[in-house]
Design a protein around this ligand. Structure first.
Ligand code: KG4
Ligand code: ZN
Length: 345
């Protein structure tokens, strides 16, 4: 019997999220609670605080999503949960909760890879958003967040080729670390995005790394160091030229992301692209992607922000697809912090 409705749980980092997804790929319910306020005073995620907060938030959130959607346990066909990669304590809260619920309510369980979730997010239907009816595999997927910057050739469900990845920092980390240095709150990406709106993208000359022909990998540590040295040399510019500084710094990141996507579609020989992860909320990136896709005749999907940042709906969709091809996880399922070298996602 096909699986029609899945309850999904995502707790891989610092967002607690619960969703209901149906077999028409509709998000029937979604609630995500950010812990930004908890971690902001520390300028980064504190793993122990993250898992303690998941423990407090998760079960009430499950009840809230079910009651808001008017869904009873009887109508749920399975439970999907993020099993890897992520912070081990955070993953453990989600996986333990999902296993317990699966046991109590006698539902099939499926562990889902977080990155696989991200690259499937654009397939979801959520509010006003739905992908073009003919959008399908294969495509190039760019997952760009605080923890990841990876480029995949997505051939079909479960068939992914990693064609580019960051060799050091993730793009979101480059935003956050620089933002911290110029006195912006954590996470700084959205503040830099806002401040950049009034700034000159060419005011400062920041490096664009690994742009040698054919290279599909990323590196943001040089950019981070360059930003840091500039501000250390003349701290006054962090105040007097904040907008220009943000616009120029952001442009360096966006230039690299768009260029690598262009190389990715050439390497994979496809004309479809998906961009997800927290950084895909960036307004300048969205604008540049739109212009690039139009000029190159590419279908480029960037889902709504709630589906770009960490969320359980993307986990629910992959869980549903996998349950429907007969996959199940055992109740001995254990979270894994890292991906194995042989694993692409
Ligand atoms: O996917 P996400 O919510 O969590 C993970 O890192 O997995 O992504 C968070 C990242 C942070 O680095 C944050 O600064 C960045 O996404 N971000 C942005 C914007 N909104 C969030 N970066 C640039 N511009 C934005 N508007
Ligand atoms: Zn993520």
């Amino acid at each position: 019997m096909p699986f029609d409705l899945v309850l999904a749980i995502e707790t891989s980092c610092d967002d607690t999220s619960v969703a209901l997804v149906n077999s028409s790929r509709e998000v029937v319910g979604l609630r995500s609670v950010s812990q930004d306020d908890v971690h902001a005073p520390f300028g980064g995620v504190i793993p122990e605080l993250a898992c303690r907060n998941h423990t407090m938030k998760l079960l009430p959130l499950v009840n809230e999503v079910l009651s808001q959607a008017g869904v009873e346990w009887d109508s749920i066909d399975g439970i999907a949960v993020t099993v890897k990669p992520g912070l081990i304590g955070s993953l453990l809260v989600g996986v333990t909760t999902a296993k317990t619920l699966a046991f109590i309510y006698d539902k099939p369980l499926i562990g889902v890879n977080h990155i696989e979730g991200h690259i499937h997010a654009p397939f979801l239907k959520f509010g006003e958003y739905s992908p073009p009816a003919d959008f399908d595999y294969p495509f190039v997927g760019l997952c760009v967040s605080g923890g990841h910057t990876s480029l995949y050739h997505v051939k079909s469900l479960g068939k992914y080729e990693l064609i580019g990845r960051t060799l050091d920092d993730a793009a979101g980390e480059a935003f956050d670390k620089f933002g911290k240095q110029i006195g912006l709150g954590y996470p700084a990406g959205r503040h830099i995005d806002d401040l950049a709106k009034g700034g000159n993208v060419a005011a400062f000359d920041f490096p664009r790394a690994m742009m040698k022909k054919g290279d599909l990998n990323f590196s943001f540590s040089g950019l981070k160091t360059s930003g840091s040295m500039l501000v250390k040399k003349d701290p006054s510019i962090a105040e007097s030229s904040k907008s220009d500084l943000c616009a120029s710094y952001q442009e360096a990141i966006v230039d690299v992301l768009v260029e690598k996507l262009q190389r990715g579609v050439v390497a994979a020989g496809v004309k479809r692209v998906v961009v997800t992860g927290g950084v895909s909320a960036n307004s300048r990136l969205r604008l540049r992607l739109e212009a690039w896709a139009l000029a190159e005749g590419i279908v480029c999907l960037v889902p709504p922000i709630q589906l770009c940042t960490d969320n359980a709906a993307m986990i629910g969709l992959v869980g549903l697809l996998r349950l429907n091809i007969g996959e199940r996880s055992k109740l001995t399922l254990s979270p894994e912090a890292y991906l194995k070298v042989s694993e692409l996602v």
